[in-house]
Design a protein around this ligand. Sequence first.
Ligand SMILES: *Cc1c(COP(=O)(O)O)cnc(C)c1O
Length: 384
Amino acid sequence: MSGSIPLVDLSRQHRPLKQELEAAFARVMEKGDFILGEAVTRFEREFAAYCGVRHGVGVASGTDALHLALVAEGVGPGDTVITTSTTFIATALAASYAGAEVAFAEVEEDTFNMSARTLEEAVASARRRGARVKAVVPVHLYGRPCPMEEIMEAAARHGLAVVEDACQAHGAVLPDAAGPARRAGSAARSGCFSFYPGKNLGGAGDGGMVVTDDEALAARLRLLRNYGQERKYVHLLRGFNSRLDTLQAEVLSLKLPHLDGWNRERAALADAYREALASFPALSGKVIAPSAPTRGTHIYHIFAVRTPRRDELLAHLHARGIFAGIHYPIPIHRQEAYAHLGMGPGSMPVSERLAAEELSLPLFPGMTGDEVGRVVEAMAGFRG
Ligand SMILES: *Cc1c(COP(=O)(O)O)cnc(C)c1O
């Protein structure tokens, strides 16, 4: 019953893999193929197959995956990209890097995600303002997949390219009504992943990937990530320098076989949280846990509860060595970086309320049921 509980503890995931990881490092040092080495091609194949698509293009980060996917879809200056305001800033930055303007769709309160309904509203409102809406980036926030079937239908109605931000959803199963199970990132033409160390599948540094079934798009992405270079010193377009390191590919390749197990462990911890929270009448109605999906899976990159006295509860937990967190305290439309959009307080009520109420509880593979119990007990002791 002692010791602090971190939000994430990667060492518990890495300790059992220590020898394999060290051997992988040694292999890369020995071989010296640091950039776009053999292990990158291998991991691209492995991760694309895991997602159920044909091609994977390794890039330097999740942000770059989104940026290059938008560029590959032809998004550029004069275009508007619709995404949600309740996400990590990188989703919007990627559109900005492509030279496009961003517009925001509201999120559904119970999922923190875009739906066809909120997308339709955002398209209509952007078009009323004269925007040329070109693409939409649904974000599978916290590891809960968006309703991609209805979003793809709505996007098709409006002629929009779709780029999935699956940076928090490695391995999550989409809530499709029909057909075989599909993973997040495989519904749209391109699915973007981050391998930032803290993600459900993370490297030993930055990394990312775009997965796609479209061979021409994959070829374009391979040019874009490597100076627009087809052969050495032959440049077909003004590309970027954004490659996945061989070292990262080695680490990721080694960790990929564990991903489903880690995701199941996360889901079991989420169930344990729901059960523990329900056992304290004092918390009922005050702390709302995320619902377990009835279709598809949620991989709980973040276990996000909602609570009206969030900041006080967070301080109470920190004082007791429980390092809960907030994702994300300021919605993007209220960030200084996007002040030019002129969106004042109250312009996106649901996103703003969720930003004020969201609390991320510690959850990571290797966390124990006892630790879940201690987090919830500490929450029940909050008398504000
Ligand atoms: C992590 C993340 C990104 C960016 O990925 P990086 O690898 O950190 O660049 C983009 N979108 C979402 C939703 C993320 O969580």
